[in-house]
Design a protein around this ligand. Sequence first.
Ligand SMILES: NC(=O)c1ccc[n+]([C@@H]2O[C@H](COP(=O)([O-])OP(=O)(O)OC[C@H]3O[C@@H](n4cnc5c(N)ncnc54)[C@H](O)[C@@H]3O)[C@@H](O)[C@H]2O)c1
Length: 352
Amino acid sequence: MDTVRIGIVGSKFAADFHCDSYSRNPHVRLAAVAAIDNLEPISRKWNIPATYQDYRQMFAREDLDLVSICIPNFLHHDAVIAASEAGIDVVCEKPLATTVADAREMIEVCRKNRTRLFYAEDWCFSPTMRRIDALIKEGAIGEILYIKAKEVHSGTHSPFARDKRTCGGGSLLHLGVHPVGYLLYLVGKGANPVVEVTGKITGGLEKNFVHRENSGEDFGMGMLRFENGTFGFVEGNYITLGGMDDKVEIYGTGGVIKADLTHSSSIDLYSPEGVSYTIEKLDHNKGWLKPAVDEYYNLGYVSELAYFVDCARLDQDPFYGVNGEAGAACLEIVHAMYESSDTGRTIYGRWM
Ligand SMILES: NC(=O)c1ccc[n+]([C@@H]2O[C@H](COP(=O)([O-])OP(=O)(O)OC[C@H]3O[C@@H](n4cnc5c(N)ncnc54)[C@H](O)[C@@H]3O)[C@@H](O)[C@H]2O)c1
């Protein structure tokens, strides 16, 4: 197939960067979008010919090859299953689901229907991470001993992510799932399971540091140990002012790699008057600034969605890290971190 016909479920933040990434791809036709609001603005911005209030109608009426699920976490399960039952390959935004049982059912239904399930962990496609992959392969830092990684910012834009019932957790799930996914991809590789997990979170509502209106935690950290002995430390929090901060440090037997995905633009701007936008979740765009050159490309979205389009087009399955299994393992690990925080105990298992 030369042209992949795409449907988008959702119409706001994530839907917009999916549309942006698809619109850069010569093999894509954005065919339809379904959501409960914001349909007119998104269809106009990205020139999408058909709009639907109900994604099931979109799946039934449109001839789609691939659909992007960009709606709140608690709706991923039903939307992925509906797409798969309609015979469509699915890209599911992170986290894969809100419960492990839902995630496992999504994998099973897609397997039964022979439709592909792509787990949208964009970190695996960031040009920075791709370069790190190549450096590690070349032997630049020897064997990996320890990785420290985080995604943190000052608070979510989405009302669904503030509510534990619609998010499935708080900042550790919603943001920390990125570093967990990256560690599984880089160290786990689908062969070296995580065997030990501990975690600590603020706990939601009045227990939170800052966001007492959020029922999920606003601060979370977790430690994990892989079967081969490698340690990981991950963070996901909403207490970090100054723009989204995504950082990775990798310590090996023969060297160290440090990377900054969000604050490392090659542009230095001084503007006392200020500008409208520089990087995600930076509220005061005045003074000395580092505007992202191409934020969606830097974060990996553009290459990620191009890869999923190629898989659908060329009839190929995704690599470990961005398949359903990796998405489910991320969820299990974050849930083990929650259990550890609740009980004060180390949780043992085999997650990959
Ligand atoms: N990979 C990333 O870095 C990244 C970044 C942001 C969001 N996300 C993920 O994308 C998903 C959406 O997040 P967002 O930030 O765009 O949220 P948002 O609050 O900005 O938008 C929610 C969207 O869901 C739609 N919606 C709500 N209920 C619906 C229903 N019943 N049927 C159809 N549509 C419905 C709304 O119309 C809206 O378009 C979440 O799973 C989130 O975790 C991923």
